[in-house]
Design a protein around this ligand. Structure first.
Ligand code: COA
Length: 428
């Protein structure tokens, strides 16, 4: 005879309303006591929630993005009689969140993380399909299981796959070249250690989780991608007049349209015309994308996040404006789902509502380029006879010099400028 049991989140100390970032089991999985079921991630720690009983997973009651506290029902398992009496006493394994660039061996594998202006690499975003005991084994070996190719049904990772992967790593290590000669690696000085309190009163504020994730991604992207930034200007005098008119017409019914909506649309057209900008570098291969998903940086109280608008080429300006407003609101509420920040091909970082002339946006790997936009300003422009006042929008395009050359980047920017100067071209 079998009986079912609802497993609750056990006592997780001071943590409350902690986001679930990964479900480590699937319905039908056989689990043992202590097998990790969920991974939670708070500002301060990554928490693997272990099972307090053995059995078969029948129902999972939470999903990534949900927040849980002690006592929240997690899942229903079917237990054998002999284990039905098991008590819910196991304490979760709480480990400090990994510092940027540091692999914390006891922590569950990386998952689709929300928010960074730079999305995680595709491999890390794949949810690994493996049983809990194999995940546990991988963690004990310090292996990121999301990187292990699975040979089982539907790509399920088998024990042999993990062993083959570890053997491959060992062989790679044996073939690895001698330590880099000076000048070929990042021979960085240690971070300066300063006792700031010696110079005046200080306060310490921990970085938010989003800022930590964003910081690690930005550092990698800045260090690994040879960035070049082309600066250009677009005459948006007519576009701005049209935008204002549109907003007057739609004052009651439609979403408010900002310049960014036009920039998103125009960027999709520029990506179509210059396909290497709509690509990602994968080793020696360029993966060219036939879809046009554009992320926009949104400033939130928790840090910077990059929601993605998908299929921009198939959407009109009002649709884009509406979706942008929705995503920006979710971002500010900290309620964006991981999938709403994935799949981007190109990003736009607009500081236009704030100010500035030009800046260097950091590419959102594995994308190839990012557009930075500052505040449009009235400037005198020579029309061949006289200076006329025109509204000029500064554009800063950062691009990966491994993929794109300067001439192509200049053409991309010029084309974008033409689209914005004469939006009839958006129709072509
Ligand atoms: N030039 C002049 N004015 C501009 C402009 C530009 N390039 N871009 C926006 N504006 C105006 C808007 O039209 C609006 O004016 P209005 O209220 O008179 O209509 C005002 O500035 C405020 O715009 P904003 O709220 O910024 O809307 P948006 O649609 O342009 O941007 C977000 C939405 C979510 C992108 C924005 O709120 C945001 O978070 N920006 C910061 C992004 C960031 O931090 N990037 C840096 C990454 S390193």
């Amino acid at each position: 005879m079998t009986t079912t049991k609802t497993l609750l989140v056990p006592d997780i100390g001071d943590f409350k309303n902690v986001p679930v970032i990964e479900i480590l089991v699937r319905p039908g999985d056989a689990i043992s006591i202590e097998d990790a079921l969920l991974t939670l991630e708070s500002d301060k720690a990554t928490i693997d929630v272990p099972s307090a009983a053995a059995g078969i997973v029948r129902q999972i009651m939470v999903k990534p993005g949900d927040t849980v506290s002690a006592g929240t029902p997690m899942m229903v398992i079917e237990m054998a009689d002999e284990v039905a009496a098991a008590t819910v006493t196991a304490a979760p394994a709480v480990v400090p969140a990994a510092a940027p660039g540091v692999v914390a061996p006891a922590v569950a594998p990386p998952v689709p993380l929300p928010a960074a202006p730079t999305a995680s690499p595709a491999a890390a975003q794949r949810a690994a399909h493996a049983g809990p005991s194999l995940r546990k084994f991988a963690r004990e070996l310090g292996i990121d299981i999301t990187l292990v190719p699975g040979s089982g049904p539907k790509g399920r990772i088998q024990r042999e796959d993990l062993i083959a992967y570890v053997k491959g790593l060992t062989a790679d290590a044996a073939r690895a070249p001698a330590p880099a000669a000076p000048g070929t690696g990042l021979q960085l000085l240690p971070w300066p250690q300063v006792d700031f309190a010696r110079f005046g009163p200080v306060r310490s504020e921990p970085l938010s989780r989003i800022r930590k994730i964003a910081g690690a991604n930005l550092s990698r992207n800045w260090a690994m991608i040879p960035h070049v930034t082309n600066q250009d200007e677009a005459d948006v005098t007519e576009l701005e007049a049209f935008r204002l008119q549109l907003n007057r017409e739609n004052e009651k019914s439609g979403p408010k349209v900002s310049l960014l909506a036009f920039l998103i649309k125009a960027s999709a057209l520029a990506l179509k015309k210059f396909p290497t900008f709509n690509a990602s570098l994968d080793g020696d291969t360029l993966v060219m994308k036939d879809y046009f998903n554009i992320g926009f940086a949104a400033d939130t109280p928790h840090g910077l996040v990059v929601p993605v608008i998908r299929g921009v080429d198939r959407k009109g300006i009002l649709d884009i404006a509406g979706e942008m407003a929705q995503l920006a609101q979710l971002a500010r509420d900290g309620a964006l789902k991981p999938e709403q920040m994935q799949g981007g091909c190109f990003s736009i970082s607009s500081l236009g509502g704030i100010g500035g002339t030009f800046f260097t946006p950091i590419i959102n790997a594995p994308e190839v380029a990012i557009l930075g936009v500052c505040k449009a300003a009235m400037k005198p422009v020579w029309d061949g006879g006289v200076f006329v006042p025109r509204l000029i929008l500064p554009l800063s395009l950062s691009w990966d010099h491994r993929v794109v050359d300067g001439a192509e980047a200049a053409r991309f920017n010029a084309f974008l400028g033409q689209l914005l100067s004469d939006m009839r071209r958006l129709l072509l």
